[in-house]
Design a protein around this ligand. Sequence first.
Ligand SMILES: [Zn+2]
Length: 396
Amino acid sequence: MVSDLIDRTNMTWKVDLVKESFSPSEAEEILCIPLSMFSQNVSLVWSGEHSGIYSVRSWYRMLLPDSVIANSDKALFKKIWQVDCPTKMNIQCWKFLKNLVPTKLNLCTRIVTTDPTCFRCLQSPENVAHVLRNCPFADQVWARVGIHSPTIDEQSSFSEWLSKLLSNISNNKSTEVLITIWALWTAQNKFIFEGEQKNPTDIVTSIKSYSLDLRLVSDCLTASNPRACIRWLAPADPFVKVNFDVGFRQHEKSATIGVIIRNMEGQILGASSLLAYHIPSTFAAEAQAAICGLRLAADMGFRQIEVEGDSRAVVTKLQSDSDDPSDIGALISEAKGQTRRFQECRFLFRHRSRNRVAHALAALRRSLDTDLVWIEEAPVEIETLAAEDRRWLDPP
Ligand SMILES: [Zn+2]
């Protein structure tokens, strides 16, 4: 019986018994199923969506073998989307990686044209790698921009080359790479369709001036109102505020958890830095962290609390009045059960820039030997961050 595997007093899995009774991989899967002290209706859960509700989109995604998107490509796509530049450039770069652009070779494949040769050098077939890397024209542009093309076999794919190029350069340089790619493609099209013949120096001048403008705009945007960006918001009187955050390691199925409780003056009332195992996902980690925050606040005797996290999906579930049908439903139900220990409890979502102290407490756990809880104090690096938060508070 499944119930024989559960310790009903603490509502936890009997870890040793589960490990004895199942293979290591099955045991890990079982131990990752969250349990709750608070009863939940038995229901079917669709694990393909965070909402727990079936959708055709998620079914299709589950049918695709992992090999359809190799891990290296996933990492590269992620990097491309993180580059700070106009979105049209991120999108265009993604299209190059997916080969969704009308190069002459692609047009030949679709029988739109019969000659795949590059208009510019008249030497090789025009594919993505040629226009953006191998064409002598592109080569001169990269050299003058001052970005050294990584040494890689000429036959290697465009994505392998780009991945290597972006792996070891600063954020500003990554922006310049995407601007250069954009400029090379635009120049090739203007050459073909408008007969515009710019030399590499002209193109490099416009790349340099564009990236400088972009940096200036970005600096102005972040500097003009730093207060609005990073401000921790104090709880309303007489509430105390509980901030929680996590660091999740997928391969270990482990999560570090940081919790900080402060009053309306921003003074630290309690803090904890914990490590949890058998955590299946980052959502489960966030929900577990909310529970830890609620438990600490209740154990310390607070009656009115605001619980604040930076995972919109999890906070939305915590705010909802209805049962959560997803695979973290048991954790959501446990967190909601814990709220009965308070006179008043509100859940709030805030951007992670307002949640830095909890984030630092979660990160801190990796350098500690054991779980720690502090009352009315915290380690010096945490005190420093909390003091910065206090500086932004409105004067009373
Ligand atoms: Zn060419």
